[in-house]
Design a protein around this ligand. Sequence first.
Ligand SMILES: Cc1cc2nc3c(=O)[nH]c(=O)nc-3n(C[C@H](O)[C@H](O)[C@H](O)COP(=O)(O)O)c2cc1C
Length: 367
Amino acid sequence: MYKLLFNLVFKKMDPEKAHHLAFFWIRLAASVPGLRSLVRLVLAPRDPRLRTTALGLDLPGPFGLGAGFDKNGIGIDGLSMLGFDFVEIGTITGEPQPGNPEPRLFRLVEDRALINRMGFNNQGSARVAARLAARPHTSSTPVVGVNIGKTKVVDEADATADYLKSTERLARYADYLVVNVSSPNTPGLRNLQAVKVLGPLLWDVRKKADEVTSRHVPLLVKIAPDLADEDIDEIADMALHLGLDGIICTNTTIGREGLKESAERIEEIGAGGLSGAPLKERSLEVLQRLRARTEGRLVLIAVGGIETAEDAWQRIVHGADLVQGYSAFIYEGPFWMRRMHKGLSARLRASGHRTIADAVGAAVKAG
Ligand SMILES: Cc1cc2nc3c(=O)[nH]c(=O)nc-3n(C[C@H](O)[C@H](O)[C@H](O)COP(=O)(O)O)c2cc1C
């Protein structure tokens, strides 16, 4: 049914407008209490055996929504209603900014992929912090990750101050905090992945988070799939050395290999990060590399090209404590999480593991 809606309505619309429309409906449904419960009942039933713990957080399952869908934290409850086990909001920058000129989001339907150059369009750390502060907290409030990045107009040399501004305002509301240094759409941002720059940045963010709240806010870094393998190892070593809590792998790629879409169309779309199915292989490789280097001492959140329960399961058995998705949600629609949970539950049962946590890294341990 969603496939029909996608082909008849969304596919014909500008992708960003379709995003706003779909997100509006999700928030609208979530704002009507009876309807919210009903939708939740249908879309978010979960096998209690999928419950898991990571980063010191108790989660109803391992599958979260990746950053970028809800940049301003306006629809957390609606997204949780659709079955996501946790929601990562952002990227949020120190200052508000409009992002890049439109069009900036493109579908590659044949490839089950997206290209985006949104450029961190967001309302800025002060406004999002005020919104999070006003959120009522109940036992059913979903786990919320807060992903922060650099304001475009801020010089690379002053990046730390910008991240610290966001940390100061947002850390207390974050169940976990992510330093994003891997978007291809902010000029120079990915240079912050060099360990001699990244180490001090993460150290300062850690200190600032500890200053503003007595709770230990888990701190993670999100990395690009385009890093060389040696750089991935260096980041893993640095993360262990700094006592970071985890790594999110991966963001979108600047690569354009193996696409079915015509070279002319790809050329016409231009710059941006590619996400979805074509990212699957490299994201899994990065995860495997990180797992081999860190041997379970860091929490790894795998994201990139996860479409099916089998994809998610593969990441888990190769060392992912948690998984996330974004692009497949656009193509699969609101029943996606229901299918993922069913599939994960079946795989867990068939594997003989008692819990998801027991299955983490099982393929590595076995072989
Ligand atoms: C339109 C769009 C916007 C995104 N914005 C962000 C962002 O603001 N911050 C971030 O860390 N990742 C962002 N991402 C990357 C996703 O969180 C994810 O890492 C990536 O898309 C790979 O996962 P997927 O293949 O399941 O989409 C964005 C992705 C898309 C498609």
